[in-house]
Design a protein. Sequence first.
Length: 482
Amino acid sequence: MQLGRYKAIIYSFSHRGSFLKSITFALLTVCMLVACGEAQPHLEAIQERGELRVLSRYGLTSYYVKGDTLAGFEYELAQKFAERLNVELKVIVPDNLGNMLRLIEQGQADIAAAGLTVTEQRKDHIRFGPVYHEVTQQLVYKNGTAKPSDITEVVEGQLEVVADSSHVEQLQALHEEVPELLWRENNELDNSGLLELVQLELIDYTIVDSNEMSANQSLFPELRVAFDISEPQFLAWALPLAEDDSLYLELLDFFQELEASGDLDKLIEKYYGHIRRFDYVDTRAVHRRIQTHLPLYKDLFQQAGEIHQFDWHLLAAMSYQESHWNPEAVSSTGVKGLMMLTRATAREMGVTDREDPEQSIFAGAAYLAEMYSRLPEGIAEPDRIWFALAAYNVGLGHLEDARVLAQSAGKDPNLWSDVRESLPLLSKKKWFSQTRYGYARGSEPVRYVQNIRRYLDVLLHFDDTGIASPPQPLDQSLPEAL
């Protein structure tokens, strides 16, 4: 750039009269525009374009269709960043991971937000933004087959991993210690596809990151983690390598503010908070009953959902938690039917036969809608539905007591992640003696909501035959180079 030389030349003429001064000013302006126009800052280009172009991949940890909406940890992060820039978000899903890395390296998109592991090899080709999560790589096998105790016992089996993934880099490092270690790199399937191959016993092993294994465990209940094959590794967004720091610096501010406000932790809680505990027997039972029981009541769940503006999958998950879709279910406390209605609730909802599936489902949905509408306005989605479910289980009064305890402890009474920590206190005299409604088994609504969220995940990703339904493509069109 010759801007400094231009300034020096123009300055030498600038003391020769007002006429020259006016020419000087014009020349300086032109020269600065030419010099600065050599490369428009990346951030400025995004804002001028009005669109943030983000590469991602389909999956429970990144980007998928949830009912009628888009969801995913990476998708929500990208949406927040686009809103910060006041631009539209355009998500592009390449055919495979290798193409994604090449596209971001070539500047075909602004960011790759896909749970990418930060590795030294990748740093030679792309630039990473701030770290936002930590994972370990895990070797996965099917329950019922021999569990390998270390990497040397994997050599006799068929190991397959996603091509161009950080798992390949890790295996290359392990190969130096175990030369007989072999694997196949798959260019067509993603991690969930390879997990399904292990479940079907078409391959013996695969490797996935710990967050993906947790998210997919309920979809593939036969799978197990044999051992970690890496130390904890960092995840970050990827950017094209460039001297321009404008987008990178904006990302630094964005993630710093997310951490400081607690919004990053809330997002992690939203997508991973309910899947920490895996129940193999229960999950297998859900899969079986999706095939045998759900078709009998699906239409009723859909009709009730339309009336009360709930996703029918949520009502079905709630009913499974209540009765395992058994219309004749009865608890030791006398609640009965598909939605386990008490006598008092049944009378309030006009139910004459609690064992009648239609009456039970419609009354349960109506009662949930009533709980939902009576919650304080400050409780927003997605927390609002979790609060409504908790109120359905324990009552609005006890729920309000827990909100008061949360607030007195300096927590947010409008966040489910905070209030669920206060609910178990309602069974301890030290705490319930301070409340308006007194004793309650506060741990029950916590487990209740956690289980429903887990069943909802299963229902949203399986059809009525119990077969996994992969996320549907939405927009894979590639923009012109930046």
